[in-house]
Structure formats: C-alpha cells, structure tokens
Ligand binder design. Structure first.
Ligand code: CO
Length: 178
C-alpha cells in the first residue's frame, strides 16, 4: 500500500538549507517512511549523518550512523525535534565533510560534549549526552536544522582553500535553475 520514498540530496547553496526547520508533529507511518528513505540516501551517498533539509524537507529530523555502515543498522540513530540543551568540554578541531558540499572538507572547531533532548520515532522524549565523534556528528547535523552550514564555520584559510570548489557549487546551482 505505502510507496517507498526516494530522496535526492539538496546541495549548497540551495536556500532550503538556510531555513530554520519546522518541528515534527505527527509521529506516524509517514515519519517512518521519511526516516527510512533518509537513512537509505545517507548510506548510498557514503555519509555518516543526514538532516531533513538536506533532502529538501522542512522538518526537524536528523539521522546518523557513526559506523557509516548499512550492515550495522543497530548503529542507526534517529533524533526528532532535537534540542542541544548544553555543550561543554574542551573545544577541538576535526575535519568535517557534508553531503551538501561534495568534495569539500574543513577543520571545524566544536565542543567535545553535548547534551540533547529529543524524541524517538514513536514520539517518546529522551535526553542523551554525547561525546567524541558522535557528539560532533550530532552538532553538525543539528546545525542543518538551524540553517547553519559547514561554510559558516570554516576558518578563513579553509574558505580560501575551498574557494574554487564552493564557486563551482554556486555555478552548478545557478545552471540547474536557468
Ligand atoms: Co552536513
């Protein structure tokens, strides 16, 4: 009865990526289909995380799998309407990529730990503390729900280093719209 969804990646500089995403209100079969399709696209794109605006959806949904491995579905994580209630720990630099910025990588500074309040796919509220790589992924994907992108957090040196690749994305976007 229900048709499987198929999403495509929304790339920089699509304005969809700049919106503050809207909370999920219906924890229903539609949400389950959306999450399943997001995970599928994340894995086929070789990503470890994906936020709904990256598939053109104005919803506060993020998925990730710290193993980046579709053979380990038990490592799939789904956060609905997440709120980062605190960030702490030392700040560290780590090279991040983003499926909305193919081929672009930059050293991004973030606090090592964060605590998140969120809902699971059934609508149950929970709180969880994250550290290390998982904390970084969560903070990166959460940025997407706030319309904040990799390019906003890059150092001036990384922006310069990636200048040609960023300009190419802008050109590609313009050409698909003309
Ligand atoms: Co991203």
């Amino acid at each position: 009865m229900s048709e499987a969804l198929e999403f495509a990646l929304t790339l920089y500089p699509s304005p969809i990526l700049r919106r503050t995403a809207t909370p999920v209100t219906d924890f229903d079969a539609g949400l389950e289909r959306t999450v399943a399709a997001m995970l599928e696209l994340m894995f086929t794109s070789k990503g470890v995380g994906l936020a709904a605006p990256q598939v053109g959806l104005d919803r506060r949904i993020l998925v990730y799998n710290p193993e980046g491995d579709p053979e380990q579905p038990e490592a799939n994580r789904i956060l609905i309407n997440p709120v980062i209630v605190s960030r702490d720990g030392d700040k560290s630099l780590y090279e991040e990529g983003c499926l909305s910025f193919p081929g672009i990588y930059a050293e991004i500074e973030r606090p090592d730990r964060c605590t998140v309040e969120a809902y699971d796919i059934k609508g149950n509220r929970f709180e969880q503390e994250f550290s290390g790589f998982e904390s970084r992924v969560v903070q990166h994907e959460y940025d997407h729900l706030e319309g904040i992108l990799l390019v906003d957090r890059m150092s001036p040196a990384d922006k310069l280093k990636n200048r040609a690749a960023l300009a190419e994305l802008v050109e590609r976007y313009k050409s698909t719209r003309s």
